[in-house]
Design a protein around this ligand. Structure first.
Ligand SMILES: NC(=O)c1ccc[n+]([C@@H]2O[C@H](COP(=O)([O-])OP(=O)(O)OC[C@H]3O[C@@H](n4cnc5c(N)ncnc54)[C@H](OP(=O)(O)O)[C@@H]3O)[C@@H](O)[C@H]2O)c1
Length: 316
């Protein structure tokens, strides 16, 4: 069975690797201020796609850079994925400017992270992550499905490895990414009858602002300023400082090969016969570790995490 599947994948790579032609096709990408979305917008623009580059801050550095360096075909639009009004305005603007072009792909890329463990994260962190990472893509997709139905186009959801596998210490983010992966899977089977492909891109750890050490510092400062005194003394300063240091080290080890993710987004949009999921991995070592880990039963997984916490000094 496995050999048959591998042979099929190999033959597909060899013979079914055509790409769609950019002419007359528009791609809308959310979260183009920075990171993957920003780079993907530039790449699609350079290839001749018409780009609606949605930015949270249209007068910010990222948006201005896109306007300066890309062609006139790229249009920067203000979009906050948590606001119905903002999505409506973008839809109107896209409908008015499409002309004879079609909306070929919607790339739900905007995302954010907030919080630590379940107990150490304020409710606001769960709400923010769910609003941006889970509800946001649903809101935007529902608005643009009629245009995608006309083009028999694609929805590409940038979810995450953490949407399939849970790890401790980023709980609000991970919960929201599980929801976005489930949204992707529901939509994929539901839209099949309309010829709309739904594809997820599931990166592991890459060095963008999302996983920057400065973000850990900012968040930790807020945590210390707002954390309940009882909890602070239960956990203790030593534990909390160690916890912060380990989170910083983990983020510092994220892969700088951001282009791997942009390649996957590109393939999801342009491959004539796309995969159902793309899984860009920053390091081969982590890829193997994760492959083995996810094959284990929960009790073995828990035992490994428990041992790791012990080694890192994060056990009480
Ligand atoms: N980096 C990784 O290792 C990694 C791994 C797995 C999945 N991902 C996912 O990849 C996607 C892109 O992240 P990234 O790593 O490129 O980080 P990033 O540079 O922080 O990009 C996230 C983008 O989303 C925008 N954004 C945040 N809140 C928004 C809102 N309410 N409405 C519209 N846009 C909003 C941000 O705008 P501002 O910059 O203006 O805040 C930013 O442009 C996210 O969905 C993320 O969860 C990242």
């Amino acid at each position: 069975m496995k050999i048959g599947f591998s042979t099929f994948k190999f033959s597909k790579k060899l013979y079914l690797n055509d790409e769609v032609h950019p002419e007359g096709k528009a791609v809308l990408i959310t979260g183009c201020d920075s990171g993957f979305g920003h780079l993907a917008a530039k790449r699609f623009d350079a290839e001749g796609f018409r780009i609606f580059a949605c930015c949270l801050f249209p007068s910010g550095e990222g948006a201005l850079e896109l306007q300066k360096t890309c062609s006139k075909k790229l249009k920067v639009l203000e979009l906050n994925v948590t606001s119905d009004d903002s999505v409506k305005k973008v839809l109107k603007s896209v409908e008015e400017s499409l002309g004879n072009d079609v909306l070929w792909a919607l790339v739900n890329n905007a995302g954010m992270t907030s919080g630590f463990t379940v107990e150490l994260s304020p409710m606001q962190a769960f709400q923010d992550c769910l609003e941006v990472n889970a509800i946001g893509p649903i809101r935007v997709t529902k608005a643009f499905l009629p245009l995608l139905r006309k083009s028999r186009g694609r929805v590409v959801n940038v979810t995450s490895l953490t949407g399939r596998q849970s790890f401790p210490f980023m709980s609000p983010y991970i919960i929201s990414k599980h929801a976005s992966a489930a949204f992707n899977d529901c939509l994929r089977t539901e839209m099949d009858m309309w010829g709309i492909r739904v594809i997820s891109v599931e990166p592991d750890c890459f060095k963008t602002y999302l996983l920057s050490e400065e973000r850990v510092d900012e968040e930790f400062e807020t945590l210390m300023a707002t954390l309940d005194d009882n909890l602070k003394s239960e956990y203790g300063q030593v534990y909390l400082q160690k916890f912060k240091a380990i989170k910083r080290q983990t983020y510092a080890a994220a892969s700088p090969k951001i282009d791997l993710v942009v390649d996957s987004i590109h393939s999801a949009v342009t491959d004539e016969f796309p995969e159902i999921t793309y899984s860009p991995r920053g390091s081969r070592f982590l890829m193997v570790v994760h492959y083995v880990f996810q094959k284990l039963c929960y009790s073995l997984q828990d035992m490994i995490v428990r041992t790791l916490m012990y080694v890192l000094g994060l056990r009480k």
